[in-house]
Design a protein around this ligand. Structure first.
Ligand code: CU
Length: 440
């Protein structure tokens, strides 16, 4: 029988050792890669110290080989194709077949050796963001090591000294390389697997791209004006839901490798900020929030109890970060009578198509605008009660009373109990509107 765990973990992982010259790479750990943007099941550690693995949103954890007591990983920096959401693929740079790269999970006290092979057309390096390590292992090209030239493999080696939440990214031509999607998550688990234990531990990075509608490759000279805002290089509705069984304790760890801050908001629950870049916050001084601002280059761990069944929005609160590419740089037509305008323009321009609905809002527009090739609608995808006017950094936290502990599948839409959904007023009509507006 194929279990749920196997259903996910078998998806798309490939060992590429056979495709390379075995003799030349005999001493290197095999290269494991995937072309899938699906969320893989958490990787239970097959050896080494025990820990409770994390779940990478639309991502996966890199397997290692244990060699004389050292955990050996092999990262390959290379061009990849990432499906941002169904209907749009981006030509990015990443690691081991995807962007972001695989999550690396180790345990406090582990000795680690990471082989980094450069298959990019330019130099690179990897910085292990937040780690205590020897200066020469810190990965700043030119400062702590020579850059890794195309075709070369470098070796990083250090001991994971501090449990917590980390990231990795290049420190060589980094404006280009991070704009192209080169980054990954890193979790160092505490030596005691019972310490800070939760039932589900989600991890992902916030990233952003500037990809012109109709094209595939990000503009790498963009400084601030990005048009695709993503969780782990996925935009809603391409982002997997996060799920939990009612009553479970949940942690979400986030890292921000975009060039602006993101106020991340969870509906229906309060959470506490339980960890920062610098480590765990002692339980007695954690503070409650429903929105947490995640600064550039920062990591946070938030925790809450999944106390209310339902489908709960989880998103960045900057509303243009929950839009996809076609929503940027368009004219303001709010309040404009679109049909009237369309008729007038059509008299001048044959085959003119109205870009907006009667109200002139953007939500109407995205329903009617013809899309260039390889472009996501600005927002709007089907929900249980109509269209959801969201794209970009938006997903859904789904809490159900009947999920198995290792079940990360999408349980479908929530079926709200009768009488618990906002409803249409069908009584008498409201009184005529008073005119309190400005005098005209
Ligand atoms: Cu944002």
């Amino acid at each position: 029988m194929v279990t749920r765990r196997h259903f996910f973990s078998g998806a798309g992982l490939a060992v590429a050792a056979a495709a390379t010259a075995r003799a030349a790479l005999a001493a290197l750990p095999e290269i494991v890669s995937t072309t899938s943007a699906d969320m893989h099941a958490p990787l239970s550690p097959p050896n080494g110290r025990p820990y409770r693995p994390v779940a990478t949103l639309n991502g996966w954890t890199l397997p290692w080989r244990m060699h004389n007591g050292i955990k050996e990983f092999h990262l390959v920096a290379e061009p990849v194709v990432r499906e941002i959401a169904p209907g749009m693929k981006a030509h990015l740079w990443g690691y081991n077949g995807q962007s972001p790269g695989p999550t690396i999970e180790v345990v406090e006290g582990d000795r680690i050796r990471i082989y980094v092979t450069n298959r990019l057309p330019e130099r690179t390096s990897i910085h292990w963001h937040g780690q205590r390590l020897p200066s020469g292992m810190d990965g700043v090209a030119g400062l702590s090591q020579p850059a890794i030239k195309p075709g070369q493999t470098y070796v990083y080696e250090f001991t994971a000294q501090r449990a917590g939440t980390f990231m990795y990214h290049p420190h060589a031509d980094e404006t280009t390389q991070m704009a192209m999607g080169m980054m990954g998550f890193w979790v160092t688990h505490p030596r005691d697997p019972g310490l800070m234990a939760v039932d589900r531990d989600y991890v992902f990075l916030l990233n952003a791209y500037d990809i012109d509608p109709g094209s595939y490759t990000p503009n790498v000279s963009t400084m601030l004006d990005f048009n695709l805002w993503t969780f782990n290089s996925r935009a809603y509705p391409g982002i997997s839901p996060m799920v939990a069984r009612l009553g479970e304790r949940v942690r979400i760890r986030l890292g921000n490798l975009t060039m602006t801050n993101h106020p991340v908001h969870l509906h229906g629950h309060e959470f506490v900020v339980a960890g920062t870049d610098g480590g765990w916050i002692p339980p007695g001084v954690r503070w409650p929030e429903v929105t947490m601002d995640l600064g550039v280059g920062q990591m946070r761990a938030i925790e809450f109890t999944a106390s209310a069944p339902g489908d709960w929005a989880f998103h960045c609160h900057k509303s243009h970060h929950t839009m996809n590419a076609m929503g940027h740089g368009v004219a303001n037509t709010l309040g404009v009578e679109q049909q009237d305008l369309a008729d007038k323009i059509a008299a001048l321009v044959p085959n003119y198509m109205s870009m907006s609905g009667e109200g002139g809002g953007m939500g109407d527009m995205s329903m009617q605008m013809p899309l260039p090739e390889n472009t996501l609608p600005m927002m709007s995808s089907p929900g249980p009660y109509g269209n959801i006017d969201m794209g970009g950094m938006f997903t859904i936290f789904k809490i159900r009373p009947d999920l198995a502990p290792d079940d990360y599948r999408d349980p479908g839409w929530y079926r709200a109990p009768k009488g618990s959904v906002a409803y249409l007023w069908t009584g008498e009509a409201p009184p005529a509107a008073r005119n309190d507006g400005p005098e005209s």
